[in-house]
Ligand binder design. Structure first.
Ligand SMILES: C[S@@+](CC[C@H](N)C(=O)[O-])C[C@H]1O[C@@H](n2cnc3c(N)ncnc32)[C@H](O)[C@@H]1O
Length: 320
């Protein structure tokens, strides 16, 4: 049971209806990337720039925001955020091992273009989507042929492709400017915003790692702007680790771009303090809300699609 408030709307967030001016302490959101992910209609375009103006209106001076983006279009999103009046403070990199490249074998395409049959060299099991328990538990397994180019030009370009493996997602750290003539401490006293919650997001020292610096902090290092999702067992593996896949998700959550709650918790903690209000205008299945309520924050969310709003409602009910 949470003492905190949770308001979620099945509504277009444009205009942020019913959200009072300067009432929000932090923005944490995973908006459409504008890349048409899995042909979803809602992901075809970047959000209307007006929505960022609306976010600026409802946020308190000095309030921070974290906005997920895609590598290919983050520059456009950053321009939209800046043009709406936000300061771009940093770009966090959420690094993972299990991304798949969107590519093809150009050698096989050349065979096809030349009208030559490629050679079948074996078979493999094809699965689509993520499932708890790993690929063996998939019911949609299909056997597919493995091919090798036959033409001499196809052989020369065998394995050549169009994309490298995605290994990170950028998360843009923004801030609503502090009012002119007001310093950070005055702003924090007046609004409770204007400072990152660095104490709550320290990265503990790895086992056996010596404490670093002249005056090492007992809780570890200050959170970095890069964090990994898997243990790589190398000398640099001392960042926050969060698995990308949906092993911990409820079965009913079918949202295609679900974010891990552990990741959202790290982000919520970084830009807000207990008792404050976190806004997600593109909440999807409500992962930001789950993280916010688990961390004793209030949550305010909008979602356009009924199906996803219903999932968020089910997930968030547990806290009310
Ligand atoms: C990338 S998804 C968020 C997924 C979420 N992070 C999760 O873990 O479930 C973005 C969501 O924004 C919603 N959306 C798109 N445009 C919207 C709008 N104008 N107002 C409200 N929701 C919108 C989409 O339906 C989609 O569910």
């Amino acid at each position: 049971m949470s003492k905190n408030t949770c308001k979620i709307y099945h509504k277009n967030c444009l205009g942020l209806p019913r959200v009072a001016t300067q009432s929000v302490d932090a923005l944490v959101t995973d908006p459409p990337y504008g890349i048409g992910f899995q042909a979803h209609e809602w992901d075809k375009k970047l959000p209307d720039r007006q929505i960022w103006n609306d976010c600026l209106r409802v946020m308190k001076p000095g309030a921070f925001g974290l906005v997920f983006s895609a590598v290919r279009l983050m520059h456009r999103l950053m321009v939209d955020l800046e043009d709406s009046g936000f300061i771009i403070k940093d770009v966090l990199f959420w690094v993972f091992l299990n991304g798949m490249p969107k590519s093809r074998n150009v050698g096989l395409n050349i065979d096809k273009e030349l009208g030559i049959d490629s050679e079948i060299v074996g078979q493999y099991t094809y699965v689509q989507g993520y499932k708890k328990g790993g690929a063996e538990t998939y019911t949609n397994q299909q056997r597919k042929n493995k091919y090798k180019p036959s033409s001499s030009l196809g052989k020369k370009y065998d394995g050549a492709g169009l994309g490298i493996k995605p290994a990170y997602e950028p998360i843009i750290l923004i801030q609503k400017p502090i009012e002119k003539g007001v310093n950070v401490a005055e702003n924090v006293i007046r609004y409770g915003t204007g400072a990152l919650n660095l104490e709550a997001t320290r990265i503990p020292f790895a086992e056996g790692e010596g404490e670093v610096g002249h005056n090492p902090h007992p809780k570890g290092r200050v959170a970095a702007n890069i964090f990994r999702t898997e243990t790589l067992n190398d000398g640099y593996d001392k960042f926050f680790t969060i698995p990308k896949v949906r092993q911990n998700a409820e079965d009913f959550n079918v949202h295609p771009t679900l974010k891990p709650v552990a990741l959202m918790q790290h982000l919520v903690k970084l830009v807000s303090f207990e008792g404050q209000t976190v806004l997600d205008p593109f909440m999807g299945s409500g992962s930001t809300g789950v993280a916010a309520l688990e961390l004793q924050r209030n949550f305010l969310g909008f979602e356009l699609k009924k199906e996803y709003h219903k999932i968020a409602k089910t997930r968030l009910k547990a806290f009310q």
